[in-house]
Design a protein around this ligand. Structure first.
Ligand code: ATP
Length: 365
């Protein structure tokens, strides 16, 4: 069955404020799709439009090829898992899972069989009679998933459901959610401000800022080929060195960066000489370079400010000697790992690892 979700020129206004700028998008049937963006960018608003809690000011939502215009929340083939889970704390696990089926008039035996199947799916088999209040955070999470799946939605909407869990459990539940999505083949639409979560679970991610989708792509593409400065800095860490374009051809751009001279990086769109732009280079792509090296590669002189030990690597926070701007550098074993705060050092990068993009005025993190 086609469980794709299409947003067709959807706009949402609250009074004079436009929360969702015109947005068109197709979420594929059976896909794990995430909306990722900072607080207030419009993620919940979009989810509420898909579920039917909100009616868009303009445009239409389709599930499969059916328009959802005028279709009430409880008549849509969707189910939602909220941030606070919204379980009934005084009821048993069975009662929670069977609730939606009971409302739909499903008989007791069928309800129980379905609940047992779902408890097995979420690895809670045998816990049906326990009161929900006696469960751990991760177990409650699983009950919420089972309850949402009980009504056999074609599309499951998840509103930051892991945010209340501690880090270890959150990472574990990411894998569980992904596995459940694979097993059921249901279209999952997940919203989060946590880029690690979105990258780890999703087939594709829409990165949002201020009511606009900046880029829709698979996690690898978002990380390695961000289309806008906002995506480059919101998805993973990135250093940004602003300047003006000197030239751009054959996929490489030369940027004049005040205090640092000419820096080279990849460019994927047209850039004109003189245009304001910035070079983005990730902390893991900076490596120590010595003054004796005969190399064309750019060298960035820095003074180390802090060194954070993070297990397999160290994160160095440094200041560019020429400009005073901050540069973050990931130093693995050996390379640069002996550097201490107060020392000066020189770092370089391979130009094909850096990206030059026009400054589009979008907010930066
Ligand atoms: P968060 O991660 O904090 O939940 P979000 O990305 O989900 O943020 P939304 O809740 O969708 O953001 O809100 C988007 C914008 O629309 C915000 O500026 C918010 O203040 C505004 N907004 C949302 N609902 C309403 C409403 N009912 N009336 C007026 N403004 C609203």
């Amino acid at each position: 069955m086609d469980s794709s979700v299409t947003l067709d020129r959807v706009v949402m206004r609250f009074g004079d404020f436009t929360a969702i700028e015109p947005t068109s998008l197709e979420i594929r049937s059976g896909e794990f799709f995430s909306f990722l963006g900072p607080s207030g960018c419009g993620k919940t608003t979009l989810l509420n439009i898909i579920s039917g809690f909100l009616t868009p000011s303009e445009g239409d939502v389709r599930i499969g090829d059916a328009s959802m215009r005028g279709v009430a929340v409880n008549h849509r083939p969707t189910a939602m898992i909220f941030q606070n889970l919204a379980l009934f704390p005084l009821m048993s696990v069975y009662q929670n899972i069977e609730f939606g089926l009971e409302v739909r008039g499903v008989d007791r035996t069928t309800r129980r069989r379905k609940a047992d199947e779902l408890l097995d799916l979420v690895a809670l088999g045998g816990s049906g009679d326990k009161p929900v209040s006696a469960l751990s955070g991760g177990q409650k999470q699983r009950v919420a998933i089972a309850r949402a799946l009980a009504v056999e939605p074609r599309v499951l909407l998840l509103d930051e459901p892991l945010s209340a869990l501690d880090l270890k459990l959150r990472q574990h539940m990411r894998n569980e959610l992904k596995a459940i999505q694979r097993k059921t083949g249901i279209t999952f639409i997940y919203i989060t401000h946590d880029q690690g979560e979105a990258l780890a679970m999703s087939d594709r991610v829409a990165v949002m800022s201020a009511g606009r989708i900046q880029q829709v792509a698979d996690p690898e593409t978002l990380y390695h080929r961000p289309k806008t400065p906002f995506v480059a800095t919101f998805v993973g860490e990135n250093n940004r060195l602003p300047g003006r374009v000197v030239e751009c051809h054959a996929g490489l751009a030369v940027l004049e960066v005040p205090g640092l001279g000419r820096l080279t990086g990849r460019c994927e769109s047209e850039l004109s000489p003189g245009q304001p732009a910035a070079l983005f280079v990730r902390p893991e792509h900076l490596s120590p370079s010595s003054a004796e090296e005969e190399t064309e590669a750019p060298r960035l002189e820095v003074r180390i400010e802090t060194v954070s030990f993070e297990g397999a690597w160290r994160m160095l926070e440094a200041r560019l000697v020429a400009t005073g701007d901050t540069l973050r550098i990931l130093a693995g074993q050996g390379e640069g790992s002996a550097l201490q705060p107060g020392q000066t050092a020189s770092f370089g990068y391979a130009p094909d690892k850096a990206i030059v993009m026009a400054d589009d005025g979008s907010p930066m993190l």
